[in-house]
Design a protein around this ligand. Structure first.
Ligand code: NCD
Length: 403
């Protein structure tokens, strides 16, 4: 499968906006100090993440009891969401659907553009504008990089012309960005390094760890993160690494086959080092880092699958013949990791390549199923934030006596 790029004809009018530096773009995606469109990982500053984390924690607590759960469903029943997912998705699609259901948001979907007027040569931008006529938020996944970004600029242009405009959420754009995955990954990281005691199942283990590692800062700061697998084409890696680089004292390590299609590209490296992160690259999980075994020094491991669907006829044979065993998270490698270091994966894992064997699933550090469930809470929290319903949420919590 080839990766589609923006058709210059269809999106040409957005080129000047696309060409601006990231800072300038991020500024115009906010509304009165809140996120409005969710397009880039860079929008998730530590302050925004703390806000969304607090909202997500309340939602998950309220969802536990029937009475408070019913009250949550009364929060946004006047809102409708369009899920426009023209690229395969299981977790992102279903967790957004579940997030809408939790908050009483009605949702509808277009997953196959062949079932829409795109077959009658309607332009994609016209389709998006039509969705905005019927829905209050457009959540979109596309294999076209920067398509969601262009849609947010179209909505801002409409708003300037005092026409109907709705927020756009990027649920994965080509190999470019996946900011809501970074949101749920950060929610998981924040909770993990907080040694959060609210989860009864985890609390005894965490109490022990807290006593054993008193110097471990309860935040993402001053930690070593290792990303492994398809670094260049993995949009989850791009978004999450960008967010982590904003924290202080962060080391970002990348382990991938030494192939230009897979290794860290110079753009991302520059973005991360400019933000102050220490960046290092490795060609195997068994390498040493500053004189000690790499894997034993990692505070958090984020492994990913090789994105084979982006192979081209030019590089496919070469990529398929690469030896991926140095990147497989075998139980032996896991055994040499720190006992508190979370093992993360955005999923899906590749059941043939087996970069993350099922034998690891029972390890208390395996975070990936929890990550997926966290996606539902984090995405519900994002909707509450975008729709400016935080005060209503606090009121609802007080009303059901959960303060
Ligand atoms: C990721 C994606 O779509 O980029 N999946 C997801 O949303 N959890 C990762 C992947 O497909 O490898």
């Amino acid at each position: 499968m080839t990766t589609l790029t923006i058709d210059p004809g269809e999106f040409a009018s957005f080129q000047p906006q696309l060409d601006r530096p990231l800072d300038a773009k991020v500024r115009e995606l906010q509304h009165q100090g809140r996120l409005h469109h969710m397009i880039f990982g860079a929008q998730l500053t530590p302050e925004v993440l703390e806000k969304i984390r607090a909202i997500a924690d309340i939602i998950r607590a309220m969802a536990r009891q029937r009475k408070s759960n019913d009250r949550l469903r009364q929060l946004l029943p006047h809102k409708r969401a369009m899920l426009y997912f023209t690229q395969p998705s299981t977790r992102t699609f279903l967790s957004f659907t579940a997030a809408c259901q939790i908050l009483g948001v009605t949702c509808n979907e277009v997953r196959d553009p062949k079932s829409s007027s795109e077959v009658k040569r309607e332009s994609r931008m016209d389709s998006i504008r039509m969705f905005s006529s019927y829905f209050d938020v457009i959540i979109m996944r596309s294999e076209i990089a920067k398509f969601a970004e262009c849609c947010s600029y179209m909505m801002n242009d409409l708003e300037r012309q005092e026409m109907r405009s709705v927020p756009v959420i990027n649920a994965g754009s080509g190999s470019d960005e996946h900011p809501t995955q970074a949101l749920l990954d950060m929610y998981t990281i924040l909770r993990t390094f907080d040694f959060d005691q609210s989860d009864k199942a985890k609390s005894s283990r965490l109490t022990v760890l807290r006593e054993k590692y008193p110097d471990l800062e309860p935040s993402p700061n001053n930690k070593t993160y290792l990303f492994c697998g398809d670094i260049h084409r993995g949009r989850t890696v791009r978004s999450l690494a960008t967010v982590l680089a904003q924290y202080s004292g962060v080391k970002l390590l990348f382990a991938s086959p030494d192939h230009e299609t897979l290794r860290l590209d110079s753009d991302l490296r520059e973005r991360l080092t400019d933000a102050g992160a220490e960046v290092r690259e490795f060609n195997s999980l068994d390498e040493d880092y500053d004189g000690q075994s790499l894997i034993s020094q990692v505070d958090c491991l984020y492994t990913t699958r090789i994105q084979r669907e982006h192979n081209t006829s030019d590089d496919s044979d070469e990529l398929e013949s690469l030896d991926l065993s140095p990147f497989q998270l075998t139980p032996e490698r896991v055994a040499s990791m720190k006992e508190f270091a979370p093992i993360m994966h955005p999923f899906p894992r590749d059941s043939i390549v087996n970069e993350l064997p099922v034998e690891v699933d029972a390890d208390p550090r395996a975070m990936y199923f929890r990550q997926a469930r966290n996606g539902m809470w984090a995405r519900a929290a994002l909707l509450v934030h975008l729709f400016d319903a935080v005060d209503s949420l606090y009121m609802a919590r007080d009303e059901v006596g959960m303060r």
